[in-house]
Design a protein around this ligand. Structure first.
Ligand code: G3P
Ligand code: CA
Length: 268
Protein backbone atom coordinates (compact mmCIF):
# COMPACT_ATOMS: atom_id res chain seq x y z
CA UNK A 1 0.00 0.00 0.00
CA UNK A 2 1.40 3.42 -0.90
CA UNK A 3 1.07 6.21 1.63
CA UNK A 4 0.59 9.79 0.54
CA UNK A 5 2.77 12.25 2.41
CA UNK A 6 1.30 15.57 3.39
CA UNK A 7 3.25 18.76 2.76
CA UNK A 8 4.21 20.79 5.83
CA UNK A 9 1.86 23.74 6.40
CA UNK A 10 3.27 27.21 5.77
CA UNK A 11 5.13 28.86 8.61
CA UNK A 12 2.91 31.13 10.65
CA UNK A 13 4.06 34.76 10.83
CA UNK A 14 1.36 36.11 13.15
CA UNK A 15 -0.75 34.44 15.79
CA UNK A 16 -3.21 37.34 16.06
CA UNK A 17 -6.58 36.71 14.40
CA UNK A 18 -8.28 39.30 12.27
CA UNK A 19 -11.93 39.86 13.29
CA UNK A 20 -14.11 37.27 11.55
CA UNK A 21 -11.17 35.14 10.46
CA UNK A 22 -11.06 31.41 11.37
CA UNK A 23 -9.90 30.42 14.84
CA UNK A 24 -6.46 28.92 15.04
CA UNK A 25 -6.79 25.21 15.85
CA UNK A 26 -4.33 23.61 18.25
CA UNK A 27 -4.97 19.87 18.50
CA UNK A 28 -4.80 18.98 22.21
CA UNK A 29 -2.50 15.95 22.58
CA UNK A 30 -3.17 15.40 18.86
CA UNK A 31 -6.58 14.29 17.66
CA UNK A 32 -7.19 12.92 21.12
CA UNK A 33 -10.94 12.33 20.86
CA UNK A 34 -10.32 9.87 18.01
CA UNK A 35 -7.01 8.22 18.87
CA UNK A 36 -4.85 7.67 21.96
CA UNK A 37 -3.48 11.03 23.12
CA UNK A 38 0.14 11.98 22.52
CA UNK A 39 0.87 9.17 20.05
CA UNK A 40 1.80 8.98 16.38
CA UNK A 41 -1.81 7.94 15.74
CA UNK A 42 -3.28 11.07 17.34
CA UNK A 43 -0.74 13.20 15.46
CA UNK A 44 -1.96 11.62 12.22
CA UNK A 45 -5.62 12.28 13.03
CA UNK A 46 -4.82 15.98 13.54
CA UNK A 47 -2.66 16.14 10.42
CA UNK A 48 -5.30 14.51 8.26
CA UNK A 49 -7.88 17.00 9.57
CA UNK A 50 -5.70 19.79 8.18
CA UNK A 51 -4.65 21.10 11.59
CA UNK A 52 -1.45 23.13 11.57
CA UNK A 53 -0.53 22.77 15.23
CA UNK A 54 -0.36 19.64 17.38
CA UNK A 55 -0.19 20.21 21.13
CA UNK A 56 2.02 17.79 23.01
CA UNK A 57 3.41 17.30 26.53
CA UNK A 58 7.08 16.55 27.03
CA UNK A 59 8.77 15.09 30.13
CA UNK A 60 12.15 13.44 30.75
CA UNK A 61 12.69 9.75 31.43
CA UNK A 62 14.96 8.61 34.26
CA UNK A 63 17.91 8.77 31.85
CA UNK A 64 16.96 12.20 30.55
CA UNK A 65 15.32 11.37 27.22
CA UNK A 66 12.43 13.74 26.41
CA UNK A 67 9.27 11.72 25.79
CA UNK A 68 5.70 12.67 24.98
CA UNK A 69 3.39 11.98 27.93
CA UNK A 70 0.90 14.10 29.84
CA UNK A 71 0.61 12.44 33.24
CA UNK A 72 3.34 12.16 35.87
CA UNK A 73 2.95 8.36 35.65
CA UNK A 74 2.47 5.98 32.75
CA UNK A 75 -0.44 4.25 34.51
CA UNK A 76 -3.44 5.83 32.76
CA UNK A 77 -2.26 5.78 29.15
CA UNK A 78 -0.04 2.70 28.90
CA UNK A 79 0.10 -0.91 30.09
CA UNK A 80 2.91 0.00 32.50
CA UNK A 81 3.07 1.54 35.93
CA UNK A 82 5.16 4.12 37.71
CA UNK A 83 6.37 7.69 37.37
CA UNK A 84 7.78 8.53 33.95
CA UNK A 85 10.85 9.94 35.67
CA UNK A 86 11.54 6.55 37.30
CA UNK A 87 11.61 4.64 33.99
CA UNK A 88 14.42 4.52 31.46
CA UNK A 89 13.80 5.33 27.82
CA UNK A 90 14.35 1.65 26.98
CA UNK A 91 11.63 0.65 29.47
CA UNK A 92 9.24 3.29 28.15
CA UNK A 93 9.83 2.20 24.55
CA UNK A 94 8.34 -1.23 25.35
CA UNK A 95 5.04 0.13 26.68
CA UNK A 96 1.78 -0.13 24.79
CA UNK A 97 0.25 3.35 24.69
CA UNK A 98 -2.74 2.50 22.51
CA UNK A 99 -4.71 -0.44 23.92
CA UNK A 100 -6.17 1.58 26.78
CA UNK A 101 -7.98 3.72 24.19
CA UNK A 102 -9.15 0.95 21.84
CA UNK A 103 -7.83 -2.47 20.76
CA UNK A 104 -7.23 -1.16 17.23
CA UNK A 105 -4.48 1.08 18.58
CA UNK A 106 -2.52 -1.73 20.27
CA UNK A 107 1.19 -1.23 19.69
CA UNK A 108 1.17 2.55 19.69
CA UNK A 109 4.20 3.74 21.65
CA UNK A 110 5.01 6.63 23.96
CA UNK A 111 6.89 8.72 21.40
CA UNK A 112 10.25 10.20 22.15
CA UNK A 113 10.31 13.89 21.29
CA UNK A 114 12.87 12.94 18.63
CA UNK A 115 10.49 10.48 16.99
CA UNK A 116 7.61 12.95 17.13
CA UNK A 117 9.71 15.66 15.50
CA UNK A 118 10.81 13.10 12.91
CA UNK A 119 7.16 12.29 12.21
CA UNK A 120 6.41 15.95 11.67
CA UNK A 121 9.34 16.31 9.30
CA UNK A 122 8.25 13.28 7.31
CA UNK A 123 4.51 13.77 7.34
CA UNK A 124 3.77 17.42 8.13
CA UNK A 125 2.48 19.51 11.00
CA UNK A 126 3.90 21.84 13.62
CA UNK A 127 4.26 21.40 17.36
CA UNK A 128 2.83 23.30 20.31
CA UNK A 129 5.22 21.79 22.81
CA UNK A 130 4.28 22.00 26.49
CA UNK A 131 7.19 21.58 28.86
CA UNK A 132 5.20 19.54 31.36
CA UNK A 133 5.65 19.32 35.12
CA UNK A 134 9.09 19.69 36.73
CA UNK A 135 12.17 20.09 34.52
CA UNK A 136 15.71 21.06 35.50
CA UNK A 137 17.63 23.34 33.15
CA UNK A 138 19.44 20.35 31.61
CA UNK A 139 16.13 18.84 30.59
CA UNK A 140 14.95 22.05 28.92
CA UNK A 141 18.32 22.32 27.19
CA UNK A 142 17.95 18.76 25.87
CA UNK A 143 14.52 19.62 24.45
CA UNK A 144 15.94 22.70 22.73
CA UNK A 145 18.80 20.61 21.33
CA UNK A 146 16.31 18.15 19.82
CA UNK A 147 14.55 21.04 18.06
CA UNK A 148 17.75 22.72 16.90
CA UNK A 149 19.28 19.43 15.78
CA UNK A 150 16.49 18.99 13.25
CA UNK A 151 16.33 22.63 12.18
CA UNK A 152 12.73 22.85 13.38
CA UNK A 153 12.68 26.21 15.16
CA UNK A 154 10.10 27.59 12.74
CA UNK A 155 7.78 24.67 13.39
CA UNK A 156 7.75 24.63 17.18
CA UNK A 157 5.89 26.88 19.63
CA UNK A 158 6.79 26.33 23.29
CA UNK A 159 4.37 26.72 26.19
CA UNK A 160 4.48 26.05 29.92
CA UNK A 161 2.72 26.87 33.16
CA UNK A 162 6.15 27.59 34.64
CA UNK A 163 7.65 30.99 33.75
CA UNK A 164 11.14 29.66 34.55
CA UNK A 165 10.88 27.10 31.75
CA UNK A 166 10.05 29.94 29.36
CA UNK A 167 12.95 32.05 30.60
CA UNK A 168 15.34 29.18 29.96
CA UNK A 169 13.94 28.62 26.48
CA UNK A 170 14.26 32.34 25.73
CA UNK A 171 17.96 32.16 26.66
CA UNK A 172 18.65 28.93 24.80
CA UNK A 173 16.49 29.57 21.74
CA UNK A 174 15.55 33.25 21.41
CA UNK A 175 13.83 32.55 18.10
CA UNK A 176 11.13 30.26 19.50
CA UNK A 177 7.65 31.73 20.15
CA UNK A 178 6.52 31.32 23.75
CA UNK A 179 3.13 30.87 25.40
CA UNK A 180 2.26 31.05 29.10
CA UNK A 181 -0.41 28.60 30.29
CA UNK A 182 -2.69 29.77 33.05
CA UNK A 183 -5.41 28.14 35.19
CA UNK A 184 -6.09 31.48 36.90
CA UNK A 185 -5.38 34.89 35.42
CA UNK A 186 -2.40 36.95 36.51
CA UNK A 187 -3.29 40.31 38.08
CA UNK A 188 -1.64 41.98 35.07
CA UNK A 189 -1.37 39.58 32.11
CA UNK A 190 0.19 42.25 29.89
CA UNK A 191 2.98 42.87 32.39
CA UNK A 192 3.96 39.20 32.59
CA UNK A 193 3.60 38.86 28.82
CA UNK A 194 6.06 41.69 28.33
CA UNK A 195 8.41 40.37 30.99
CA UNK A 196 8.53 36.91 29.38
CA UNK A 197 8.39 38.25 25.81
CA UNK A 198 5.36 36.09 25.10
CA UNK A 199 3.80 35.50 21.72
CA UNK A 200 0.68 34.07 23.38
CA UNK A 201 -1.08 34.06 26.74
CA UNK A 202 -3.05 30.81 27.04
CA UNK A 203 -5.64 30.67 29.85
CA UNK A 204 -8.20 27.98 30.59
CA UNK A 205 -11.75 28.73 29.46
CA UNK A 206 -12.83 29.13 33.09
CA UNK A 207 -10.01 31.57 33.84
CA UNK A 208 -10.63 33.59 30.69
CA UNK A 209 -14.33 33.98 31.45
CA UNK A 210 -13.48 35.68 34.76
CA UNK A 211 -12.01 38.62 32.81
CA UNK A 212 -12.59 38.46 29.04
CA UNK A 213 -11.39 42.05 28.67
CA UNK A 214 -7.80 40.82 28.86
CA UNK A 215 -8.01 39.96 25.17
CA UNK A 216 -8.18 43.65 24.23
CA UNK A 217 -5.23 44.54 26.44
CA UNK A 218 -3.12 41.61 25.27
CA UNK A 219 -3.87 42.27 21.60
CA UNK A 220 -2.86 45.90 22.08
CA UNK A 221 0.46 44.55 23.32
CA UNK A 222 0.72 42.23 20.29
CA UNK A 223 0.08 39.06 22.31
CA UNK A 224 -2.32 36.36 21.08
CA UNK A 225 -4.85 34.62 23.37
CA UNK A 226 -5.53 30.89 22.99
CA UNK A 227 -8.05 29.17 25.24
CA UNK A 228 -7.94 25.56 26.52
CA UNK A 229 -9.48 23.03 26.43
CA UNK A 230 -12.53 24.02 24.43
CA UNK A 231 -14.53 21.19 22.88
CA UNK A 232 -18.08 22.41 22.28
CA UNK A 233 -19.56 24.74 19.65
CA UNK A 234 -21.42 26.87 22.18
CA UNK A 235 -18.14 27.86 23.78
CA UNK A 236 -16.43 28.18 20.39
CA UNK A 237 -19.07 30.71 19.29
CA UNK A 238 -19.03 32.75 22.51
CA UNK A 239 -15.25 32.90 22.72
CA UNK A 240 -14.92 33.70 19.02
CA UNK A 241 -17.16 36.68 19.62
CA UNK A 242 -14.99 37.67 22.57
CA UNK A 243 -12.11 38.00 20.11
CA UNK A 244 -9.77 35.20 21.14
CA UNK A 245 -7.31 33.88 18.58
CA UNK A 246 -7.46 30.13 18.90
CA UNK A 247 -8.59 27.05 20.80
CA UNK A 248 -6.61 24.16 22.15
CA UNK A 249 -9.16 21.39 21.62
CA UNK A 250 -9.64 17.63 21.87
CA UNK A 251 -11.91 17.90 18.79
CA UNK A 252 -9.65 19.48 16.18
CA UNK A 253 -11.37 17.91 13.17
CA UNK A 254 -14.76 19.22 14.31
CA UNK A 255 -13.33 22.68 14.99
CA UNK A 256 -11.79 22.75 11.50
CA UNK A 257 -15.25 21.98 10.10
CA UNK A 258 -16.90 24.57 12.36
CA UNK A 259 -14.42 27.20 11.17
CA UNK A 260 -15.26 26.38 7.56
CA UNK A 261 -19.01 26.48 8.18
CA UNK A 262 -18.76 29.84 9.93
CA UNK A 263 -16.77 31.21 6.99
CA UNK A 264 -19.51 30.07 4.60
CA UNK A 265 -22.26 31.64 6.71
CA UNK A 266 -20.38 34.93 6.81
CA UNK A 267 -19.48 34.95 3.12
CA UNK A 268 -21.12 37.83 1.26
O1 G3P B 1 -2.47 23.23 26.13
C1 G3P B 1 -3.22 23.45 27.26
C2 G3P B 1 -3.40 22.25 28.08
O2 G3P B 1 -2.74 21.17 27.51
C3 G3P B 1 -2.93 22.43 29.48
O3 G3P B 1 -3.46 21.44 30.30
O4 G3P B 1 -3.30 19.38 31.59
O5 G3P B 1 -4.02 19.26 29.24
O6 G3P B 1 -1.67 19.76 29.77
P1 G3P B 1 -3.09 19.90 30.21
CA1 CA C 1 -0.72 20.03 27.64
Amino acid sequence: MSVTLIAAPPVQESFLREPGAPLLVWAHRGGSSSAPENTAASDEVARRAGVEWIETDVQPTKDGVPVVLHDETVDRTTNGTGPIRSLTAAQVAKLDAGSWFAPAFAGQRVPTLASQLGGLLARGGNLLLEIKNEHPLESVARIVDEIHGRGMSKRVFVQSFDPQHLRWVRELAPELPLGLLRSTLDPDPVAIAKDLELTAYNPSEHAFRTRPGIVTDLHAAGVAVNIWTVDNPTSWAALEQAGVDGFITNRPAELMGWNAALGLLRAP
